[in-house]
Design a protein around this ligand. Sequence first.
Ligand code: UTP
Length: 293
Amino acid sequence: MLSSKVTKAVFPVAGFGTRMLPATKSIPKEMLPVVDKPLIQYAVEEAIEAGIEEIIFVTGRNKQAIEDHFDISYELEDSLRKRGKNEALQQVTEFLQEPGRIKYVRQMRPLGLGHAVLCAKDLIGDEPFAIMSTDDLMMYNGQEPCIKQLINAHDDTGGNIVAVMDVPLEQTKRYGILDTPNQDADLPIIEGLVEKPNPEDAPSTLSITGRYVLLPEVFDWLEKQSADKSGEIQLTDAMANMIGRHPFHGLRYKATYFDCGNKLGWLEANIAFAAIDQQMSPDVQSLLKKYAR
Ligand code: UTP
């Protein structure tokens, strides 16, 4: 075994979610539902299923609904209990965690993903940890949770691991892109990382998606780092500094990915998750036929 156990996961949830406005004006993007569950619940369930013991939300102003979702709702539970609505009662309580398992830290200004991760430094300490982006919804039916696949890879190789997938060349501008000598491998070696390159400058078409297992050294680099031209402290830049110092791999995970940070991706996720729901599936198929042109 090359590495210590990964038991903590950071969930950066302090962004403004401007691509989903006006829905996200007063509702956190992470609370948008896919079918009947908010995005944040899918991500937390994935982490818990993967054996993560400590959930760390990096939150901000206007995000209180997230805290409320993971707290008891006394009046609601009492009312459901009195009316014998046991199934509904189970739905609102089964994902609650033991006291102390979820921790919150505030990112006072949304200065980027890297800065959000840095806010969790003291709660992580000196151990490898996971980062999970709630927008990036993973459907892993029949497979291990996506973050568990990364943890398994980390157990084998040590060092840093990021989830990766192929993207069309014209879309490299939207992602962090890998420079790798073995793009087609399941566990490509990372020799460079470029944040949102133009297609003509992209070293590959392999992009980072929102799951990471990183060494705590990343905090040293984040602390030293200044904001880029958009005013943000990028996680990709801090990770790039660790290349060559430790093993660093991408993992082609086995799961279907949905980018719920934009309207079309969120809509697709709703259709895909409803289509695999046994009760809803027949009606979803008829609805799709009704609106297909
Ligand atoms: P995004 O790049 O999707 O940013 O962040 P955003 O602000 O949420 O959304 P848009 O681009 O304005 O529509 C990826 C993840 O990092 C978090 C977000 O909450 C999201 O989960 N994040 C981003 C922070 O926690 N803090 C930040 O400063 C920026």
